[in-house]
Design a protein around this ligand. Sequence first.
Ligand code: SF4
Length: 379
Amino acid sequence: MDYIKKYFEVFIPGTACNFHCHYCYLGQHGVSTNQRAQFNFTTETMRAAINRKRLGGSCFFNFCADGETMLEHRTLEFVKTVLEEGHYALIITNGTVSNRIDEVCGWPRELRNRLTIVFSFHYLELQRLGLTDTYFENINKIWDAGCSWFSSMVQCEEYITHYDEIKELFMSKVGVLPQLAKYRDDTSQEIRIKTDRPIEEYFDLGIKEFDSGIFKFEKESYMKKVSEFCYAGEWLLYLNLCTGEMRGCYGTKPLGNLFVNPKEKIKLHCVGNNCQLSYCYNGLSRMTMGVIPERKVNYYWWYRHRVTSEGRDTFSDYMKEATSKRLFETNTEYTDKEKKKKNKEYVRFNRDDSYFSRLTLRRVCSKVKKVLTISSNKK
Ligand code: SF4
């Protein structure tokens, strides 16, 4: 078994979508939903850039477009390339682009074994467009084809009133319940949850109704700042598939371009103890993959999979095994001395970045304040 050495969060900046969900973050930012992604590189250049030797082994690529991922044909082409090169892939889709689902089902078995599909469940849009049956038919096709999958539904008030019928629908069509995702307010700086309920009640309701492993994790980690050493920037990379630009994490300085000079060694800088976010709001993938060794959480598949009453699992044994070794087990951790050095390097690397300049200024001010306090106490 080739275990996973790096985790790529692949972002495709195309906004084209056949749905108009009220909670969509594109709408929150007032972005139109009909822009197709423009890819700057050929698939062959991309293939050369992601060979396992260059990346240090097999990697996991998580593909998500701003709009509907499967509407971007080039994306699917790249997913196939990634699988052919011996990596693992995940695609997030609304599950209604049937011709693309059929295309995936026609790929060789050894590629399908390494593929996971997340079927986002947008109940009101599926009902409005008459696509509910198509959604479940596509899940069953993917399941029969040997891919791993799970459904994910945003918990919002508009759906809570339909919880009984949603549960009945899932049990009758696929025999398992969907997982839940939090309703993010992407306009808030801290990426808070959009709800009028007390937070504890919000999570407990979803956990009680759907026994969602993902929601249990989210409840534990919501608004908890990460102070531990994070290997984002080395074991985890945030990649723009259209431009090839690579970052360590959201809002961090670009590390370079993965697709330009595909034969060159890639330069990496891990974030270390310098995470600036109020909490790791996409932490489920990151922590279950093992990007922060001190956060010992359960396996990636464990939080997502479901099993029917007949014992049929939505995750294949193959994917369960592949994600049963975390990044801190497949890579070598730094010693305390090396971590100090890496932290300094990261701050130096970001020195020109305005955020880090502000941070450094804050640190200097606080040191000056301390010195002044000590000297005035001495007097
Ligand atoms: S802890 Fe911070 S730097 Fe690390 S993955 Fe999470 S958000 Fe990114």
